[in-house]
Design a protein around this ligand. Structure first.
Ligand code: KIV
Ligand code: ZN
Length: 533
């Protein structure tokens, strides 16, 4: 049979398949978006899950943004093994040195330096000439080389940069020692055809371009982040920067699960592999959405509840005859576990461990003991325990937000057509306690107000949501609360069959996070001032 050339990727028909590195920036670009701020323990938990998922590089944060960001990058570098751990830095010595210190204990480390190259950013934001930008880039790459194993350089706003100048920057940073050259579509402006042409142009016009891996970093402002990333791969990019579920600045970044499944499902077209364990995609995305208290859209590609649901009669008929009629990926390929009634109060430890494992939570004996105790308490309260309930049990509470305040007692009443009232007794780790009561416009309002009075902490609420974790009126409610505190967003979650208690737990998590913040952290400026992300 005659071999045909793949028009999208001529090398795809060849015998050797390239590896595309998956660079995950959930903890850096993703975390910076409103609604997705994470505590250090949440970041560590997600980093561990990303390592198990098989990402090649974890961008753990921007170490010089604050003491807290530094500590998070350092904790991930200290503890996570497998992927390269990366930290972001502007082309400034203080940023680069801070990144180097935070990464010192990583198994393999990367500093990611960036500076804007488009005329728009250079002239209006940086006030630097083309030569000044190149000089700063070269000096920064050289400095970073001394402090870590790998250096990535990003030309911020590359897709609105004159291609000749971009090629000049690329040649200069490769000569200075950059091992990866990243082409960001910082404002999500480009199209797949333009992206393909840009990568092809760089490959053809940059001397020694093979000495660095070409990377792409696409934002989703026009909904083309994944398509643009795939076009870059087809043209020869061998690293894709992306985030779990696509969280990120403004409309977000390219969604990791979509990029990976497109490369796998259309493998004959792209001719490349990734190191991702795709059966961990669904559990990892669920872990993140549960930890951060946000809901994944049902129709979300690859990981949404509806992604594998076939409702229309004609589709079901086709599926019964041959799954391939309407299914291009198998649910098990992405680890999709359909939500179902599973356990009740007579279920044992073995059944619990089995189901948790199906949901992507492997447990040690000690963890299982602890979860089992809470499972029994829950199963006594509600007859039917669903997958969502089990996931909430497996996540537990964030240890960073457990104290110093705890709820000792809570009472509330609501009156149709009248005010609600609530009283709380809170205990503090220093041995003290505080009791307060309040009326409010509804029980949640009353209890939040009582907590504010008892703790002396004002809650400037920017977002509050309660959603059911299961089916039926005895379902557990997950309350998610976001509060503005000194220019930062602080989040808290609570889970209970009593939604007022869940709201009170979420409020106390926020109060505890605020009380635990050092004065230094509280005064930290907003991250990455002056950089468009
Ligand atoms: O979007 C962007 O340009 C960035 C860079 C820092 C890579 O996030
Ligand atoms: Zn970005």
């Amino acid at each position: 049979m005659q071999k045909t050339t793949n028009p999208f990727n001529p090398s795809a028909t060849g015998a050797s398949r390239d590896r595309v590195r998956i660079f995950d920036t959930t903890l850096r670009d993703g975390e910076q978006a409103p609604g997705f701020s994470m505590s250090r323990s949440q970041k560590k938990r997600i980093a561990q899950a990303l390592a198990e998922l098989g990402v090649d590089i974890i961008e753990a944060g921007f170490a010089n943004a604050s003491d807290d960001d530094f500590a998070s990058v350092k904790a991930i570098a200290d503890e996570i093994r497998g992927p390269t751990i990366c930290a972001l830095a502007r082309c400034q010595n203080s940023d680069i040195e801070s990144a180097g210190r935070a990464l010192a204990s990583a198994q393999r480390s990367r500093i990611h330096v960036f500076i804007a190259t488009s005329d728009l950013h250079r002239e209006h934001k940086l006030g630097m000439s083309k030569q000044q930008v190149i000089d700063a880039a070269i000096a920064s790459v050289r400095r970073a080389r001394d402090l870590c194993d790998e250096v990535e350089f990003s030309a911020e706003d590359a897709m609105r940069t004159d291609p000749d100048y971009l090629a000049e920057v690329m040649a200069a940073v490769i000569e200075a020692g950059a091992t990866t050259f990243n082409v960001p579509d910082t404002v999500g402006y480009t199209t797949p055809a333009e992206m393909g042409a840009q990568i092809t142009y760089l490959k053809q016009n940059v001397r020694d371009c093979d000495k660095a891996v070409i990377s792409v970093h696409c934002h989703n402002d026009l909904g083309m982040a994944v398509a643009n990333s795939l076009a870059a791969v087809a043209a020869g990019a061998r690293q894709v920067e992306c985030t779990l579920t696509g969280i990120g600045e403004r409309a977000g970044n390219a969604a990791l699960e979509e990029v990976v499944m497109a490369l796998k499902t259309r493998s004959e077209l792209y001719g490349v592999d990734t190191g991702i364990q795709t059966s961990r995609l669904y559990p990892t995305a669920r872990l993140m959405s549960n930890l951060l208290g946000f809901t994944l859209a049902r129709n979300k590609a690859v990981i949404g509840e509806n992604a594998f649901a076939h409702e229309a009669g004609i589709h079901q008929h086709g599926m019964l005859k041959h799954r391939g009629t309407y299914e291009i990926m198998k649910p098990e390929d992405v680890g999709f576990a359909k939500s179902q009634l599973v356990l009740g109060k007579h279920s044992g430890r073995h059944a619990l461990r089995e189901r948790l494992s199906t949901l992507g939570h492997e447990t040690s004996d000690t963890q299982l003991d602890e979860i089992f105790t809470r499972f029994k308490t829950l199963a006594d309260k509600k007859r039917e325990v669903f997958d969502n309930d089990l996931e909430a049990l497996a996540l537990g509470r964030d240890p960073e937000a457990l104290g110093p305040w705890r709820i000792a007692s809570l009472n509330c009443t609501s009156h149709l057509g009248g005010m609600s009232s609530a009283s709380v007794k809170l205990e503090h780790d220093d041995g003290g306690s505080a009791s307060e009561a309040s009326i409010g416009d509804g029980p949640v309002h009353a209890v939040m107000h009582a907590i504010e009075r008892a703790t002396g902490c004002t809650l400037d609420i920017s977002d509050f949501q309660v959603r059911s974790l299961g089916i039926g009126s005895d379902a557990q409610g997950l309350a998610s609360l976001a509060v503005n505190h000194q220019g930062k967003e602080i989040r808290g979650n609570g889970v209970s069959t009593d939604i007022v208690e869940a709201a009170a737990q979420a409020a106390l998590e926020v109060v505890n996070r605020i009380e635990r913040m050092s004065p230094q952290t509280q005064e930290a400026p907003t991250k990455l001032q002056g950089a468009a992300r």
